[in-house]
Design a protein around this ligand. Structure first.
Ligand code: Z5A
Length: 221
């Protein structure tokens, strides 16, 4: 696939502000005349959204961690082929709320499956395409969970996990960032929404200027 767009993912624990920041960045880029596609995982396609319902349903208490990993992988496989690759090919900037680092952080670290096991057992579950840039919004777990505790529809199956689980996920993310410094940029998420947005804009601007080839052919800018 000849890729002309840019693939940017947003990662972090619950309530870190990924969705808020992804929306702000999308609005900013659109105002700048950039062609943007916003999407999310699990989900992003009709089939993926059905898989999402199964994954997040609090009634599915019997779900094995292996089943969970495979379902996230199934949703991602569909998403990459149906939505992400075609959008990148057409020169869009794809902004995705969670991607493969979520599988490594949640299933690999949170569920103790181990990242080497996941990479060996089911490489497809990590997607056949790597993000060009990942924004990791780092926040302490108590603050993150307190931001989302009053959800109208209640908390989902994974949000209901104990604090210790979410701490493992956060530590896992930080470990992944250390191993992929070029791609994963840590942004402190305990600041005001506008301050976080400004920092993300700077990171994205640097990416654009350092890698013009990634956006070459982006004729709508
Ligand atoms: N999961 C997995 O295990 N493996 C995988 O491979 C994948 C996912 C892909 C998806 O749930 C779940 O699936 C997730 C991981 C797991 N675990 N859980 N639960 P989701 O998509 O429904 O939820 P989420 O991704 O965790 O997003 P979230 O909980 O909605 O949080 P967020 O997107 O990071 O935050 P937000 O919606 O932007 O903001 C939350 C609130 O905080 C909101 O009221 C904002 O106004 C407020 N906010 C945002 N920023 C700030 C700042 N800076 N200050 C104060 N308040 C703020």
């Amino acid at each position: 696939m000849k890729k002309t767009g840019l693939f940017i993912t947003f990662e972090g624990i619950e309530g870190c502000g990924k969705t808020t920041q992804m929306n702000l960045l999308a609005d900013y880029l659109k105002k700048e005349g950039v062609s943007v596609l916003k999407t999310r995982e699990p989900g992003g396609t009709e089939i993926g959204e059905k898989i999402r319902e199964i994954l997040l349903n609090p009634d599915n208490k019997k779900m094995l961690k292996e089943t969970e990993m495979l379902l996230y992988g199934a949703s991602r496989t569909q998403h990459v082929e149906e939505i992400i690759k075609p959008a990148l090919k057409s020169g869009k900037i794809v902004l995705c709320d969670r991607y493969s680092d979520s599988t490594l952080a949640y299933q690999g670290f949170g569920r103790d499956m181990g990242i080497s096991f996941i990479k060996r057992a089911c490489p497809l579950s990590l997607g056949t395409i790597q993000p060009d840039l990942t924004i990791l919004l780092d926040l302490d777990v108590k603050t993150g969970l307190s931001r989302i505790k009053n959800r109208i529809h209640g908390n989902d199956r994974i949000e209901k996990e104990k604090i210790a689980f979410h701490n493992k996920v956060r530590k896992g993310y930080l470990q992944l960032a250390k191993a992929s410094r070029g791609r994963i940029k840590i942004v402190r998420a305990d600041k005001e929404i506008d301050e976080v947005h400004d920092e993300i804009k700077n990171i994205v601007a640097k990416k654009f200027s350092a890698h013009p080839e990634l956006v070459e052919g982006l004729d709508s800018r």
